[in-house]
Design a protein around this ligand. Structure first.
Ligand SMILES: *[C@@H]1O[C@H](CO)[C@@H](O)[C@H](O)[C@H]1NC(C)=O
Ligand SMILES: *[C@@H]1O[C@H](CO)[C@@H](O)[C@H](O)[C@H]1NC(C)=O
Length: 155
């Protein structure tokens, strides 16, 4: 074989591999982002929530969504809960456009990035307290909170 032919074969093989990889990527559905406790702690810090309260927020998110930032749950009363903190669409956000007490689109509360979810949850917590989340009352209030003492600044 001439070296040109070898070259050509190598290229054909890599092209096939590339195409296969592209196909695989396109066929793999996105399952959203599952945060680790430390990643969540880092985002809480970035959004102005002090370390003192982070255990409560992380406990809340663990029980509400399993730390799944894209979790959406349709409720029987025709509202839905959005995102890592399962923010309800009735009062706090609106589906399809920015509105509600957080002035946000609900869909923006269930994305890989959790900045909006944290900002809206801070508003809920300031207005109603953690008691607004029934699961916080049941699973976090007065209970041992998740340990984040091993998390470092880089998450
Ligand atoms: C996260 O939530 C989304 C939306 O509810 C769901 O489709 C996805 O399967 C969840 N991911 C995991 C790993 O549970
Ligand atoms: C539906 O139930 C949720 C959770 O209990 C509650 O937060 C929300 O306000 C209710 N929505 C309506 C429309 O009653």
């Amino acid at each position: 074989m001439t070296s040109d032919r070898v070259q050509c074969r190598v290229e054909a093989v890599s092209l096939t591999v590339l195409l296969l990889m592209l196909l695989l990527c396109a066929a793999t559905p996105s399952y959203g982002k599952i945060y680790t406790k430390c990643e969540l702690a880092k985002q809480l810090t970035a959004n102005g929530i002090s370390r003192t309260y982070q255990g409560h927020w992380i406990c809340l998110a663990m029980h509400e969504s399993g730390l799944n930032s894209t979790k959406v749950v349709a409720l029987q009363n025709l509202s839905s809960n959005y995102g890592i903190f399962q923010i309800n669409s009735k009062e706090w956000c609106r589906e399809g456009r920015k509105s509600g007490k957080c002035n946000m689109k609900c869909e923006d509360l269930a994305t890989d990035s959790i900045t909006n979810a944290i900002q809206c949850s801070k508003i809920i917590q300031q207005q109603k307290g953690f008691n607004e989340w029934v699961l916080w009352q049941k699973k976090c209030k007065g209970k041992d909170l998740p340990d984040i003492s091993n998390c470092n600044a880089s998450g």
